[in-house]
Design a protein around this ligand. Structure first.
Ligand code: FDM
Ligand code: MG
Length: 202
């Protein structure tokens, strides 16, 4: 029996620190949904495939320097340029599992000391997620996992500030998952959360 209340797809956002396991969990979740017969796609921000995304990528790789507000607006513009495609996918029934969204934009920039309300402003009007899942891990444990690349924000001291910023953004509607469990345990919790949502439940 199909109890889905709507035929549109769900906008599911995963957030968390670097090395919290977001990317692998996003792919596992998409495969799981597809196995359930739910049309799903994996998206990520920044989307480095666009012109704006390439500017962001160069900034993250430290091959270009940009003012803090300028890069903040580019991250936001990178979501704006995908907004209409995102809306089309959702309204035509595809669930989007999104690796980082506006919360990363606000958490990372406000961790640099930019004003919180200023950081939030350019996100107004983007599509609101149906579910926000926070993969919770301490900055120290995430760093212990190794595998930080050489990108600009991949440093323990900065990740600690980002963790504090996420706490400020935290909203009771978020689903918090302990990301220090085994990959399989995290995966199962994510599946339960998504199937519990009226839009994706079977
Ligand atoms: N990041 C990501 C931001 O600073 N603002 C944003 O809006 C987004 C989406 O970019 F350190 C940061 C978070 C991370 C870096 O992200 C690259 P990935 O997920 O590691 O590619
Ligand atoms: Mg990264």
């Amino acid at each position: 029996e199909d109890n889905r209340v709507e035929s549109r797809g769900a906008l599911v956002v995963l957030e968390g620190l670097d090395r919290s396991g977001k990317s692998s969990q996003c792919s596992r979740l998409v495969s799981f949904l597809e196995r359930q017969g739910i049309s799903a796609e994996l998206w990520r921000f920044p989307d480095r495939s666009t012109n704006v995304g390439q500017m962001i990528s160069a900034y993250l790789a430290n091959t270009s320097q940009l003012d803090d507000r300028t890069i903040h607006l580019l991250f936001s513009a990178n979501r704006w340029e995908k907004r209409s495609l995102m809306e089309t996918k959702l309204t035509t029934g595809t669930t989007l599992i999104v690796d980082r969204y506006s919360y990363s934009g606000v958490a990372f920039s406000s961790a640099k000391g930019l004003d919180l309300e200023w950081c939030k402003a350019p996100e107004i009007g983007l599509l609101a997620p149906d579910v926000v899942i926070y993969l919770d891990i301490s900055p120290e444990k995430a760093a212990d996992r190794g595998g930080y690349g050489g990108e600009r924000y991949e440093k323990l001291e900065f990740q600690k500030k980002v963790a504090e910023s996420y706490k400020v953004l935290y909203d009771a509607s978020w689903k918090v998952v302990d990301a220090f469990q085994s990959i399989e345990d995290v995966e199962k919790e994510l599946q339960d959360i998504v199937l519990d949502n009226p839009i994706t439940s079977l």
